[in-house]
Design a protein around this ligand. Structure first.
Ligand SMILES: Nc1ncnc2c1ncn2[C@@H]1O[C@H](COP(=O)(O)OP(=O)(O)O)[C@@H](O)[C@H]1O
Ligand SMILES: [Mg+2]
Length: 253
């Protein structure tokens, strides 16, 4: 099992969308996929159509007490450890517990034989839950909007990952993914050039195409279910191939 955490402390970078749809495509390609929602906003959970989640189904006790992973729920062929808003309490609950930031890493050891890949969706912060997810990873996948705000987030990202490496010296970024790209805007083209100059490996940019992303989220369905004939689905398939490549998953997604 390889664990990848989709990480960027900036909100609106495309973390949750990437986690849901790359996860779904990897499962469609026959991989055994575990998704973990670490964001108390629970977008990943809701956008997979999962509702009515209790705190005991989330990573709350794992994060604050070091218990094993809870039983996952199933959605669209995926296993999901869901989130809900009270998971935010883990931010303070973890603080007084030495070693708590490594509890998810340790709990994943217990399911190593059950999955090929675990994909973790991070909250838009650099708090305890974000650290819990980052240091559980073998590889980080970092979506970056092709906007000024995407560039602005880079120094913070680099500082955070350097600090996390003190806990996980082998932690590396597996792939940077330019997101929300509009090739008609010179601003986006300039930012993409900057990303290409400074970041590696860098995926092909994911075009901004609002309708399908927003509507599939509202419908609680991955793009491959909601709009399999759309250009967005082709974007998802291409990104999945790139992610599978850097994670060493031998799939034809
Ligand atoms: N390629 C895209 N084009 C247009 N909108 C997108 C795209 N990817 C994601 N979105 C939308 O942008 C918003 C932010 O994406 P999200 O995945 O929630 O980012 P994060 O998890 O980093 O906050 C969501 O409303 C999502 O539906
Ligand atoms: Mg999110």
């Amino acid at each position: 099992m390889i664990t990848a955490t989709v990480f960027n402390h900036a909100g609106g970078a495309g973390k949750t969308s990437l986690t849901r749809d790359v996860g779904h495509q990897l499962a469609q390609a026959g991989q055994r996929v575990l998704l973990i929602d670490l964001d108390p906003q629970a977008n990943l959970t809701t956008w997979l159509g999962v509702r009515g989640v209790s705190l005991s189904s989330t990573v709350y006790r794992l994060a604050t007490e070091g218990t094993p992973l809870p039983e996952p729920v199933q959605a669209h062929g995926l296993h999901l450890i869901p989130a809900q808003v009270d998971l935010a309490l883990a931010e303070t609950g973890m603080l007084g517990v030495p070693g708590s930031q490594l509890f998810l890493r340790q709990a994943l050891e217990g399911v190593r034989g059950s999955y090929d890949v675990a994909l973790i969706d991070s909250p838009p912060s650099l708090g305890q839950l974000a650290i819990l997810g980052a240091v559980a990873a073998d590889r980080l996948i970092v979506p970056i909007p092709t906007r000024a705000k995407g560039l602005d987030a880079l120094p913070g990202l680099q500082k955070a990952t350097a600090l996390y490496r003190r806990l996980r010296p082998d932690l590396a970024v597996g792939l940077y993914v330019p997101t929300l790209y509009d090739a008609r805007r010179s601003h986006d083209r300039e930012v993409l050039e900057e990303l290409r100059a400074h970041l590696s490996p860098l995926a092909e940019p994911i075009p901004e195409r609002a309708a399908v992303w927003l509507d599939s989220s509202m419908a609680g369905e991955p793009v491959g279910v909601y709009a399999p004939n759309s250009p967005v689905f082709q974007d998802v398939q291409r990104l999945t191939r790139e992610v599978a490549g850097v994670l060493g998953l031998g799939v034809r997604a």
